[in-house]
Design a binder for this molecule. Structure first.
Ligand code: UGA
Length: 424
């Protein structure tokens, strides 16, 4: 059954949610306070790199199922459901900053129809459903938690083929109404209380971050004992309880979610009287991982980064996105620069200098005069670049492959000394 839906905020989460809900037949109005963004969207231009999103936005606009409006005021009056998809950035003390979500709730409050359901989709601290209820001051409106589990780059696929849909509501009837929005999708659907739904989101991200920190720690052990992390992970992953996914060693995890959500959960636990030492360890291992890559680059540069020219391939926090927020690549480059390195970077999705890093438009130009090449993001195209040509641009052929991306044999054949993560 088609419903009238409003979506406040057209970032990664809001735009994907709006476009996908329109795709499965709902009538969707997306609102944002950024006038230029709304103008671009109305022209069918998508501000982010997200597989399949442009197609769905254009399809929705053509069918009339999807509209974009400036400001939330016009987006809610006739809406049965209003999704809050505004940012919850990390505040100074590590906790999530709820000011955007509270402001949005206050703004829409006078215009919501009776019996409307306001849905928190942004990742919000446990207890935020109550915060939104208080900001709304509308006892006739229900507030429900419905966390997203979308990965950047595959957000459309993840929305349309979810592993689960989680609904946190005190009111069963409201939960059932929210569940009806997802009827077109084949996914396990669970209804719980709001605090549990909010906790599921944080616990899932923290667990995934822990998985990566664990495998990065195992990679360090592999280096110390002469094991190969790729084989170790493969062997572990055959155990169904462990699984093959999310066990890729790398330069550390980053992005707009894991760092923010890990700190927020540590803070949530602390405020509730629990010292989440395990998660603090997960964060610490991640920070060490950045330094481990810098150490490898130091070895590759001949023992010191001071004055060394370093080529960096990759700036985004992972491949197939243009997002550089909390990118391990950028953090590692900054740490190399702090040690005196002169870094030239190339990334297929980044076309100008960024955060004090000089960016060139060609992967080989990044190698000009470099003593070492450091691969920081797992872009597929890096696998197929001509290493002979890259080496010819460099003063010495040294490579740190922080994603274990390229074929070691091919690198060595092209005359490179090769250091991966957890394998020699
Ligand atoms: C993450 C979660 O995967 C989503 O489920 C969640 O909805 C989202 O955060 C969110 O909270 O909104 P995303 O930030 O897009 O999604 O990034 P991931 O694909 O999870 O990768 C996070 C980081 O871990 C990246 O830096 C990536 O390179 C790294 N990673 C991932 C590894 O180093 N190894 C792996 O095996 C997997």
């Amino acid at each position: 059954m088609a419903s009238n839906v409003g979506v406040i905020g057209t970032g990664y989460v809001g735009l994907t949610t709006g476009a996908c809900l329109a795709h499965i037949g709902h009538d969707v109005v997306c609102a944002d306070i950024d006038a230029s963004k709304i103008e671009r969207l109305n022209r069918g231009e998508i501000p982010i790199l997200e597989d399949g999103l442009e197609l769905l936005v254009n399809e929705g606009m053509r069918s009339g199922n999807l509209r974009f409006v400036l400001g939330s005021a016009d987006s809610v009056p006739d809406r049965e459901f209003v999704f809050l998809c505004v940012p919850t950035p990390q505040g100074e003390d590590g906790s999530a900053d709820l000011s955007y979500i509270e402001a949005a709730a206050r703004e829409i409050s006078p215009r919501l129809q009776t019996d409307a359901i306001v849905i928190n989709k942004s990742t919000v601290p446990v207890g935020s459903t109550r915060v939104v209820e208080q900001a709304l001051e509308r006892p006739d409106v229900h507030v429900v938690s419905n966390p997203e589990f979308l990965r950047e780059g595959t957000a459309v696929h993840d929305f349309l083929h979810p592993d689960r849909v989680v609904i946190g509501a005190d009111n069963q009837a409201a939960a059932i109404r929210v569940a009806s929005l997802y009827l077109g999708l084949a996914a396990p659907l669970m209804v719980t209380d709001p605090a549990s739904a909010e906790t599921i989101k944080y616990a899932s991200n923290a667990f995934l971050a822990a998985k990566i920190s664990f495998v990065n720690a195992i990679a360090a052990v592999c280096e110390a004992v002469g094991a190969d992390v790729a084989d170790v992970v493969l062997g572990m992953g055959y155990d169904k309880r462990i699984g093959q996914e999310f066990l890729r060693p790398g330069p550390g995890w980053g992005g707009s979610c894991f760092p923010k959500d890990s700190f927020a959960l540590i803070r949530i636990a602390e405020d509730a009287g629990y010292d989440f030492r395990l998660l603090r360890g997960v964060v610490e291992v991640n920070d060490q991982q950045f330094d481990r890559v810098v150490e490898k680059a130091t070895v590759a540069a001949g023992g010191s980064l001071d004055g060394a020219v370093i080529a960096a391939w990759g700036l985004t926090f992972k491949a197939r996105t243009d997002d550089t927020r909390m990118s391990p690549a950028i953090e590692i480059i900054h740490r190399m620069q702090a040690a005196g390195a002169i870094v030239k970077a190339f990334d297929p999705a980044i076309h100008s200098d960024i955060e004090g890093i000089s960016v060139v438009g060609d992967p080989y130009a990044a190698c000009d005069g470099a003593a070492a090449l450091v691969i920081l993001t797992e872009w597929d195209e890096f696998k197929w670049l001509d290493l002979e040509k890259a080496g010819a641009h460099m003063t010495t052929r040294n490579m740190v492959d922080a994603r274990n991306l390229v074929d070691r044999g091919r690198a060595r054949q092209a005359g490179f000394s090769y250091q991966g993560i957890g394998r020699s």
